[in-house]
Design a protein around this ligand. Structure first.
Ligand code: NAD
Ligand code: WQD
Length: 338
């Protein structure tokens, strides 16, 4: 079965491609490297030991995408990772985010219809829950109007995919990722932040590597056991495997509904301080950090109820915080050598 991975050179996309290839899927990647590097494609080849089909292309370029589909016959599924993802930046550049994240979606959905693709898997985000009143959050928890344009692109995209699946034969699954982190055990694939990282784990690894002076822990006055904010960190390899499971479910005709949504997390929440301690212990290092004021727009506590993903999708996270922190550091160390 041929799968188009849009944004397959990126952090989650590259790990997913490795799992798809291991699962016997025929993978074609498109990416414009707006937030990734070509060497990742070589590393996917090294890790998987398989050849790879890649086309450099901006998914918002409708003509280029349609020509690509005309050439690539028999694409049976699309995985749409191709988005801009910096929450803070999206507040300053809302139009750029709506344009990239939604036009890419329109174009891929149009191609799905025109070229009889059949299956559509979308990268959504736990950001759609905002600060939920009841924890852990289930897929039935209220979806709020997200604070950031980025978050709003995820909420709107879910609604668009739902409506398109309702009106056509297209099958859809949205995976709401919690906090992806960690790297491939080979240390050949991992997160490649451009500039100063926004996310916690790359900030930690860059601080440990001496690229940043110290980690600022945003807020130690939250209503949590140690005062720092709590999230559900999910190993990127577990997350990648969830895509293979979801694809098999859709393509195997096993869905209960033509459009489904799943939380993809571990179901366990860790505080920022717990993550820092886990990093120090996993790697036998000391991290330079200080407490700083809360970051605007941050929520206090968020973690997933993964019952639906475990029981219905048939996927469960296997790797813990120790693996996330160990692999993230190995990847960072490898980057320093290149
Ligand atoms: P990433 O930036 O590493 O990967 C995205 C890839 O898409 C990059 O290779 C980028 O070059 C490419 N891309 C972006 N716009 C494109 C376009 N118009 N045409 C072609 N390629 C384009 O990000 P990631 O962390 O791998 O995230 C993948 C998806 O998961 C995104 O949709 C993101 O919003 C979503 N997501 C990420 C997280 C996270 O914390 N990493 C959490 C929840 C959801
Ligand atoms: C985690 C915790 C920070 C950096 C974001 C997006 C979300 C999703 C995942 C895409 C928070 C704290 C962080 C730092 C810190 N992405 N922190 N110092 O904010 O939960 O989620 O990424 O969909 O939409 O909002 O993740 O890694 O930025 O932060 O103290 O230098 O670490 O305050 O409590 P977040 P994060």
């Amino acid at each position: 079965m041929k799968v188009l991975v849009a944004g397959g050179a990126g952090y989650i996309g590259s790990h997913t491609v490795v799992e798809l290839l291991a699962g016997g899927f025929d993978v074609v990647i498109v990416d414009n490297f707006i937030n990734s590097e070509p060497f990742i494609l070589d590393n996917i080849r090294k890790v998987s030991g398989k050849s790879l089909s890649f086309t450099e292309l901006d998914v918002t370029d409708k003509n280029a995408l349609f020509s690509f589909f005309e050439k690539e016959k028999d694409i049976a599924a699309i995985i749409h990772f191709a988005a801009l993802k910096a929450v803070g930046e999206s507040g300053h550049q809302p139009l750029r985010y709506y344009q990239n994240n939604l036009v890419s979606l329109f174009n891929l959905l149009e191609c799905a219809e025109k070229f009889n693709v059949g299956n559509f898997l979308f990268s959504s985000s736990a950001t759609v829950y905002g600060q939920a009143e009841v924890l852990p959050v289930t897929e039935q928890s209220p979806v709020i109007a997200p604070e950031s344009p980025y978050g709003n692109t995820k909420k709107i995209a879910e609604e668009i995919i739902r409506d398109v699946t309702k009106a056509t034969n297209l099958r859809g699954i949205c995976l709401r990722y919690f906090n992806p982190c960690g790297a491939h055990s080979s240390a050949l694939l991992g997160e490649l932040p451009r500039g100063v990282p926004n996310n916690l784990v790359p900030y930690i690894t860059q601080t440990a590597a001496g690229l940043r002076q110290k980690l600022s822990i945003y807020g130690n006055d939250y209503n949590t056991p140690d005062g720092t904010a709590i999230r559900d960190y999910i190993h990127v390899v577990d997350l990648a495997k969830a895509h293979v499971t979801a694809l098999n479910r859709m393509a195997g005709g096993k869905q209960k509904e033509q459009f489904e949504i799943y939380n993809i997390g571990t179901g366990v929440g860790y505080s920022v301080l717990q993550v820092v301690k886990a990093f120090e212990e996993a790697n036998n290092l000391k991290l330079n950090y200080e407490f700083a004021p809360r970051r605007k727009g941050d929520t206090e506590t968020l973690y997933a109820d993964t019952t639906l993903a475990n029981n219905e999708l048939g996927w469960k996270a296997e790797l813990g915080l120790n693996d996330m922190m160990g692999s993230a550091w190995k990847w960072q160390e490898g980057l320093a050598k290149t």
